[in-house]
Design a protein around this ligand. Structure first.
Ligand code: ADP
Length: 169
């Protein structure tokens, strides 16, 4: 059984075996969570991301997939980068958002990570409505077949925290 906990705050301040990054497919940094992770984690993370771009992800990391690097100076062993879908009002991309959570947990299992911190993937620059993102994130983690013991969702503000809390009921 995976325990789900909620934390309000900055994901780069968390202690966990693995911290999930809401990356973009370039793996070369961006705003929001991605920018914060690279700022606080330092250049070792970007170095490994560049190596991934020079090898198995020459075209970038596809949406819905996940890959791990060092966590650099963060209080974690790994960063698991995953690329959320951009929200579309006309096309249902929920499967891709669910896939981010499943794939991140699959990578965590491969690494042997037991505690994993997730941000609210796709809810920033990618504009996914928070309530729906919370529903998909919580349902997918609950349904996942994983050895991860604790998933924490780290929410930046009160509203996001309340919407995730409502899903945990
Ligand atoms: P995406 O591109 O997948 O939408 P963002 O990083 O833009 O990802 O935003 C994802 C969510 O993370 C948003 O709800 C945003 O408010 C929140 N967020 C931004 N910075 C942080 C942080 N340092 N820690 C936790 N959550 C953050």
């Amino acid at each position: 059984m995976t325990t789900i906990t909620l934390v309000q705050g900055d994901i780069t301040r968390q202690t966990a075996d693995a911290i999930v990054n809401a990356a973009n497919s370039s793996l070369l940094g961006g705003g929001g969570v991605d920018g914060a992770i690279h700022r606080r984690g330092g250049p070792a993370i970007l170095d490994e991301c560049r190596k991934l771009r020079a090898s198995q992800y020459a075209e970038g990391l596809p949406t819905g997939r996940a890959v791990a690097t060092t966590a650099g100076a963060l209080d974690a062993r790994w960063v698991i980068h995953t690329v959320g879908p951009v929200f579309s009002p006309t096309e249902d991309r929920s499967d891709l958002l669910a896939s981010c959570h499943r794939e991140a947990l699959r990578v965590a299992d491969e690494l042997g990570a037991r505690t994993v911190a997730f941000p609210a993937i796709s809810t920033g620059v990618y504009r996914w409505p928070m309530e729906d993102a919370a529903r998909i994130a919580v349902a997918t983690v609950r349904a996942a077949d994983t050895s991860v013991e604790e998933v924490s969702f780290v929410l930046f503000d009160d509203r996001a925290y309340a919407l995730f809390a409502a899903q945990l009921g």
